[in-house]
Write a protein that binds this ligand. Structure first.
Ligand SMILES: Nc1nc2c(ncn2[C@@H]2O[C@@H]3COP(=O)(O)O[C@H]4[C@@H](O)[C@H](n5cnc6c(=O)[nH]c(N)nc65)O[C@@H]4COP(=O)(O)O[C@H]3[C@H]2O)c(=O)[nH]1
Length: 739
């Protein structure tokens, strides 16, 4: 950079080029200026002067105007054109003043007239012009520096401007984004001042609690709270700790209804003492309802909506501790519906369900509000009576009264669809507190008493006695033992003869017995219900069929063949309802080589009318192979004539209960007469069951019943005795024939 060279030149000795054709002048200038610290180079004419100017780049040029070859004006033109910042002083004689003027026009910085009387004039001119040159240089440098600075600043400003523009744009975008987030929030964002005045609230407040945002702005957030204490609590907490998290509160919705909301809020204090509260809330009404429903379902029976076992035990715990504390007595009533299973099995589950709902309704109507009625199993209801007296006697009387009322209400007929149903309850009652028993024990006592009521012949009310528990335990033991009965060969099939109108054995019914090693011979009425409850009836039923078929095959070959042409066995509803039951029977027949025409199956009325189509199909497949079907206990169930006509039946067995009274009760006699006539009309055989007396037999005989079974002829007998009984009767017949 020329400027910088020149500036640096100032700190070194300045170089002065003196161009003059007069040697004396050159030398005088040289000597004089060197004394003042300048370096002087000399040129004797303009040509040499230009060359030296080019080679040495002097800081100042002193040039004579009149010189041979190349004069001072040419030197001046060269210097001005190539280095306009180099000061050039023309030194001229007084006679060439016009040249001096021209030189100044061409760019000379100064002039001096020769002869110089005082060389200090020279020194002054040199210093002055060098200073000027330096100032010009400095000024230019300063200008240049200024321009650089301005350019730099301009650039910086430009960049700053662009940055601001960009920030503005980002701000706008972020504001837009914030707006759209704010407007599409599912939760409700709110901002209120410390008094609760709403400064901002998101539009989602409408979808959440049906308030218009605009209508809320400026109003108090606190006015939305349903519970003043919850609102106070939240404000106090915000004051104390500055935050509340997931606070559940009820808020009024736009229609004045209550909605459950979860609120999270923060209080922010400003330095000036003010502040704001901001936060979000969410409508959790549906979640709360779902939770309440789940909670309800966990504690209630889904069919009747009554409390379930869990809730009952909770309430019982509460009643127990209250009664222990205050000395009140309470009672627990366990209610089981007699013959409910028959109704359910025969008329279908939907009728069964409706019946249970009706029972629930009737129970609720009988009781006080503070009593609890619960359903704890299929047809098992429990009533909890708390605080019913301060002494056991009074409590027992109250409980008995309630039980009787329940018994009465439940035994009134129930009409469901086309059916008029009659049910009776077996009720077990236990009082509490007896000792320090817990709810589980109280329930168990009630259960035991209820089983006792059932055992007492159903439709009974029975109080718990301590000794009962042992009996209940025995029943449990029986269940355990029954599982092993087949494997341990404890099941036996007894046979009871069936007699024809000539008094001859014409068949038999196989009846199950259980030879228990501890309890002796157990009758089927005691263990068949247990087998049905536990599902053991299926393997047991199969065993009965298999065993009966084995005997049929055996007897079909010997002397008993004619007398025992038909052996019937009982079939449980559970067995019969298995889809492959006919196949199972066929397999057993094949396995044992039994003639199907010798086998009879006894079904209860319930089985027959439950799912008539399926029953008819199964019966038809039995009929096709010759197996006979009889309806057992006929007259006790819900059979109707129309069903009977549709089904391929063979035999009706009149229930023992009718036969029992047939000679003393006219209505029973009429029923038996009707059944016999009806069977005759339908082309069905009839057998009377439970014939015990000569009178009964005569009545039946005279009414047209041609087959009988009962103690009058023989009890059910073990196989050996039964075979002897039949052989004897054959022998007797033969001897009668002979005589
Ligand atoms: N008081 C009296 N009773 C008489 C007289 N004649 C017969 N009985 C009894 O009446 C019942 C007739 O059998 P059910 O009605 O099929 O009633 C049977 C039947 O429903 C069921 N059962 C018996 N064996 C089986 C079986 O192998 N499978 C199934 N599923 N149930 C069976 O147990 C019930 C009771 O059987 P059991 O105790 O053997 O009782 C038998 C029999 O001993 C009489 O003159 N007077």
């Amino acid at each position: 950079m020329p400027c910088m060279d020149k500036m640096q030149g100032q700190s070194r000795r300045a170089v002065i080029l003196t161009i003059d054709d007069e040697q004396a002048i050159r030398e005088s200038f040289h000597l004089y200026l060197e004394d003042y610290g300048y370096t002087v180079i000399e040129a004797e004419n303009g040509r040499v002067g230009i060359a030296l100017f080019e080679s040495h780049k002097p800081d100042l040029v002193l040039v004579d105007l009149r010189m041979p070859e190349v004069d001072g004006l040419r030197v001046l033109e060269h210097v001005v054109s190539t280095s306009p910042d180099t000061p050039i002083i023309v030194v001229s004689g007084t006679g060439v003043i016009d040249d001096v003027i021209e030189a100044l026009h061409l760019g000379a910085w100064d002039y001096m007239l020769k002869p110089l009387q005082d060389l200090s004039v020279l020194l002054h001119a040199v210093r002055k012009n060098l200073d000027r040159s330096r100032l010009i240089l400095e000024n230019r440098m300063y200008q240049e520096h200024l321009e650089v600075e301005v350019r730099k600043r301009t650039e910086e400003l430009h960049q700053a401007y662009q940055a601001v523009q960009q920030t503005n744009q980002q701000l706008q975008q972020s504001e837009k984004k914030y707006r759209s987030i704010f407007e599409s929030l599912t939760d409700v964002y709110f901002q209120v001042d410390l008094d609760g005045v709403i400064a901002e609230i998101s539009p989602s407040v409408y979808t959440n609690i049906e308030h218009q945002r605009e209508a809320l702005l400026g109003n108090h957030l606190w006015d939305l709270f349903v519970e003043a204490d919850v609102c106070q609590g939240m404000r106090a907490r915000l004051n104390e700790v500055g935050v509340v998290t997931d606070l559940e509160a009820l808020l009024f919705d736009g229609n004045g209804l209550e909605r459950s909301c979860s609120i999270t809020a923060t209080r922010e204090r400003s330095s000036e003492g003010g502040g704001r509260i901001y936060g979000v809330f969410r409508d959790i009404t549906e979640r709360k309802q779902a939770e309440a429903q789940i909670e309800h379902q966990a504690y209630h029976d889904s069919l009747t909506n009554l409390p379930n076992r869990r809730l009952l035990l909770d309430r019982l715990d509460l009643a127990l501790s209250r009664s222990k504390r205050h000395g009140y007595a309470g009672a627990l009533l366990l209610i089981d519906l007699d013959r409910f299973k028959t109704i359910n099995d025969s008329l279908g589950h939907s009728v069964g369900d409706q019946l249970l709902c009706e029972v629930a309704l009737r129970l609720a109507n009988v009781l006080r509000e503070e009593d609890t009625v619960a359903r704890i199993g299929g047809d098992e209801f429990v009533v909890l009576l708390s605080d019913i007296g301060s002494d056991t006697q009074a409590a027992a009387r109250r409980a008995q009264g309630v039980a009787e009322k329940i018994s009465y209400e439940l035994s009134l007929p129930v009409r469901i669809r086309d059916h008029e149903l009659y049910i009776t309850p077996s009720i077990g009652i236990t009082l509490f507190p007896i000792q320090n028993e817990d709810s589980g024990v109280v329930l168990q006592h009630g259960d035991t008493a209820m089983y006792q009521a059932k055992a007492a012949g159903r439709n009974a009310i029975c109080f718990f006695r301590p000794g009962m528990q042992a009996e209940a335990d025995k029943r449990l033991d029986m269940e355990k033992d029954l599982r092993l009965a087949i494997a341990r060969d404890q099941l036996k099939l007894f046979f009871q003869a069936q007699i024809d109108e000539n008094g001859e054995v014409c068949g038999a019914e196989g009846l199950l017995r259980w030879e228990h090693p501890q309890y002796g011979l157990i009758a089927p009425d005691r263990f068949i219900p247990v087998a049905e409850e536990t599902g053991l009836i299926l393997p047991i039923g199969e065993w009965v069929l298999q065993t009966a078929c084995e005997y049929i095959t055996k007897w079909s070959k010997g002397e008993l063949s004619q007398s025992l042409s038909h052996i019937a066995v009982n079939v449980s509803p559970w067995q019969f309802r298995q889809p492959d039951f006919p196949l199972q029977v066929e397999k057993i027949l094949a396995r044992t080589g039994t003639d199907p025409r010798r086998l009879g199956l006894e079904l209860t009325e319930g089985v027959v009318i439950d799912n008539v189509a399926d029953t008819a199909d199964k019966m038809a497949s039995f009929k096709a192979i010759g197996v006979k079907i009889s309806i057992d206990d006929f007259g006790t169930g819900y059979s109707s004539l129309s069903y009977l006509k549709k089904l391929p039946l063979d035999i009706l067995k009149i229930d023992r209960s009718f036969i029992e009274e047939v000679t003393v009760d006219e209505s029973n006699a009429a029923i038996v007469g009707t059944i016999i006539a009806m069977a005759d009309h339908l082309g069905l055989e009839v057998i009377a069951e439970g014939v015990e007396t000569q009178e009964q037999l005569e009545f039946l005989y005279n009414s047209g019943c041609k087959r009988y079974q009962g103690y009058f002829f023989s009890k059910p007998l073990p196989v050996e005795q039964f075979e002897l009984f039949v052989s004897d009767s054959i022998r007797r017949r033969l001897s009668n024939c002979e005589s």
